[in-house]
Design a binder for this molecule. Structure first.
Ligand SMILES: [Zn+2]
Length: 188
């Protein structure tokens, strides 16, 4: 998981922590399931960030992830995404997650550690995947929002909820909402 900082990684990070950018980088953190064999798998982290990762603390220090999630290195994006995902119950973390547009390969890597117990399928039993476009098969009343999404609404770039095969997430009117898979149809 953690190893010493190579010169190459230190150069890429310009000596700074790639998560918070406010402290000097001290270690190379490999983003699982990949190992320390290539710097593309690693993130240069400082002592503070490393301690928080290892303890799983939901600390306000992680506000820094609002910046690092836009890093051009997939490994930095994946690590930022995972840490934020673990704090999804907090409004600010959820906001960062829904404001960012990540590559499918980044999301797949990020979510590869979450156990997917069952497959996500639509109302016809067709398997759903991250990034799919779906159509609502019935009107949805969106909790906490002042609008209803009519039947036939198209939702692009859905995300599968990793720990719940009955739920996906998608953006409607710029709000990211949870949608039940039984009320959607995959669009081809
Ligand atoms: Zn840091």
């Amino acid at each position: 998981m953690k190893s010493s900082l190579s010169t190459k990684l230190k150069d890429r990070a310009e000596g700074q922590c790639e998560l918070c950018a406010s402290n000097a980088a001290t270690y190379a953190y490999a983003v699982s399931p990949k190992g320390n064999e290539a710097i593309e798998n690693e993130v240069a982290v400082c002592d503070t960030c490393l301690t928080l990762i290892e303890t799983g603390a939901k600390d306000t220090h992680w506000n820094c992830l609002a910046g690092s999630i836009w890093n051009t290195e997939p490994s930095v994006q994946v690590l930022s995404y995972r840490i934020l995902y673990g704090m999804k119950d907090q409004e600010w973390a959820n906001e960062i997650l829904s404001s960012v547009e990540l590559d499918e390969t980044v999301v797949t890597w990020a979510e590869s550690i979450f156990q997917v117990a069952a497959k996500h399928v639509d109302s016809n039993g067709t398997e759903l995947e991250n990034g799919d476009t779906i159509v609502l098969t019935q009107q949805l009343n969106v909790k906490g929002a002042s609008f209803m999404a009519p039947k036939g609404t198209i939702v692009r770039k859905i995300r599968l909820v990793p720990d719940n095969a009955e739920q996906i997430e998608g953006k409607i009117n710029n709000d990211t909402i949870v949608i039940l898979t039984k009320f959607v149809k995959k669009s081809v």
